[in-house]
Design a protein around this ligand. Sequence first.
Ligand SMILES: Nc1ncnc2c1ncn2[C@@H]1O[C@H](COP(=O)(O)OP(=O)(O)O)[C@@H](O)[C@H]1O
Ligand SMILES: [Mg+2]
Length: 295
Amino acid sequence: MIRCEELVKIYKTADLEVVALQGLDMQVEDGELMAIIGNSGSGKSTLLNMLGGLDKPSAGRLFVDGKDLLAFGEKELVKYKRETVGFVWQNNARNLIPYLTALENVELPILLKGRRRRARAIELLEAVGLGHRLKNKLSELSGGEQQRVAIAIALANEPRLLLADEPTGSLDTKTSEQVLDLFRNLNQTLGITVVIVTHDPLLARKVDRVVQIRDGKTSAEMIRRESYADELARLDAEHLQAEQKSHIEYAVLDKAGRLQIPAGYLDAEGFKDSNKVRVEMEEGRIILYPQEMMP
Ligand SMILES: Nc1ncnc2c1ncn2[C@@H]1O[C@H](COP(=O)(O)OP(=O)(O)O)[C@@H](O)[C@H]1O
Ligand SMILES: [Mg+2]
């Protein structure tokens, strides 16, 4: 569904350049539910905006659903944004109009007309669990319910890809979990590919794959040992929260052979004192040793 290769984004302002993405590689399979984590300023929103066609990469290659986004003209970009992707933000004020009802908000972006439009809007609100709130004004809904309306809107034109930038950022833990459960549910029932940016490691742990971004590059990947659905069948939800070993962590090795060592590992004895490591191949394993101190 998504293939980014050596993606670069440089923001130029009056007197300074910010390199937000510096050669990012990432792939996402059709039908995947995955999360992107990373510190503030690491380039998560920049990446999501590129994927959503809201901004253009400075260099690299970017394919979504078989389409080359760097080759798009203005018209193709508008069509792409309307038909291929749906977007959910942290701050739902960006998606919603407070004085309209939930139903009216969802009807707005639907391209169908008349009765079919209304029927589709009701269907979408039912799909996100808001069938009982159709006639409520947005301002009468809770934060979690408003975010559900935003998700219904993002689904309005049956996108193949749903992008969510910190969709639970302003919600409490329990509501966040419910919203994440909704994403998983939509992923399973509609087969839609879902990419969620979150800073909450607990939420990230509930998806099958987590990609970590550091300084505009992918630095690590966490892949589930068993699918979340299988694990849920085995454990109850509370037990799962305590479960630490649900994912295996991988460092990302790029095509040029560069590797980012997980932060804590470098605290080990000897690695702090030098910017060189000794590298040896041994029985199919690559071993790093701290540089030997001169006698
Ligand atoms: N429109 C912009 N103009 C200039 N710099 C920007 C702009 N948007 C983001 N940046 C910079 O790019 C870097 C990555 O930002 P962002 O993608 O928003 O990070 P994240 O979402 O991971 O917090 C930051 O250093 C940020 O200040
Ligand atoms: Mg961000």
